[in-house]
Write a protein that binds this ligand. Structure first.
Ligand code: ATP
Ligand code: MG
Length: 259
């Protein structure tokens, strides 16, 4: 049984650009939408390109399925006029280049950044470390934790740097067996990923991955004209198959990345 994965991500239309989140390297923006929600919008036109948004969806939805708290995701339609109205060139250029569908991450108002002085349950830490090792997340260091405390709970954000194989589409086994640098993880020693491996690995089924991959817009999976790569899958469907292959192979090679 696949956990509660919807058949598509909710779609909202952005109504206003509030402010850039300057601590984020990709210049995400806080936006209001027509469902009266406030979202952190990550843009297709950012330097990291649409692949970062693909990683956000795949890893964010796997996180959700294995019990890691992460803000809900949606697709946000951004009209080019909202960009044209922006006074700052940097923001205007980004919004105009991103007209169309972008990724909306539910904004957690009042959340603060996690640091190791804050006590967190070992079970939460173990799940997050397990997830990060599985998807090869390099963005959970002490300097850039990408973890928030909200309503006293630990929330994981910013999964755009995971799944690095999609920048080169190299050997599946080489990715599957690549070790994980546990020493660099901000939660190192606070929860044991081996203790949750049996439970979590059984949740990450081929069926789950199919459901998660179906949520990614075709346009973000098609070859990126700005980054020609002869090894990249030629169609969105081929890309979905490839992501599933790399992830299933990595799951099967857990001894390489669990510790
Ligand atoms: N859903 C959210 N709710 C509240 N604050 C958020 C949320 N998402 C992001 N932020 C804030 O915005 C910052 C930038 O977001 P994020 O880390 O996702 O962007 P990025 O451009 O991918 O960053 P990085 O420079 O780490 O690659 C976060 O560090 C956090 O302070
Ligand atoms: Mg970040």
């Amino acid at each position: 049984m696949t956990p509660d994965i919807p058949s598509r991500l909710p779609s909202v239309t952005a109504t206003a650009y509030l402010t850039p989140l300057r601590e984020g390297g990709s210049l995400p923006g806080l936006m209001e939408a027509d469902d009266l929600g406030t979202y952190v919008v990550k843009f297709t036109g950012a330097g990291q390109g649409p692949r970062a948004l693909v990683a956000e969806i795949i890893v964010g939805e796997i996180a959700h399925a294995i019990g890691v708290r992460t803000p809900a995701l949606a697709l946000a339609e951004v009209d080019v006029e909202i960009g044209r109205r922006e006074p700052y060139d940097e923001v205007q250029d980004l919004l105009v280049a991103s007209a169309g569908t972008n990724l909306a991450v539910d904004f957690l108002p009042g959340a603060i950044g996690y640091d190791r002085a804050i006590m967190v349950p070992a079970a939460d830490a173990a799940r997050i470390v397990w997830l990060d090792a599985f998807v090869a997340n390099v963005d959970r260091s002490a300097r850039n934790t990408n973890l928030l405390i909200w309503h006293r709970d630990l929330w994981a954000i910013d999964h755009g740097a995971c799944l690095r194989f999609h920048h080169a589409w190299g050997d599946v086994d080489a990715f599957a067996r690549s070790p994980y640098r546990h020493d660099d993880h901000v939660l190192r020693g606070l929860g044991d990923p081996r203790a949750v491996h049996e439970e979590l690995s059984t949740l990450v089924t081929a069926e789950l991955l199919t459901a998660v991959l179906a949520l990614v817009p075709d346009a973000w999976l098609a070859p990126d004209p700005n980054r020609p790569d002869p090894r990249a899958p030629e169609t969105a469907e081929a890309a979905r198959d490839a992501y599933a292959r790399y992830l299933i192979a990595r799951l099967a090679a857990s001894e390489a990345w669990l510790s």
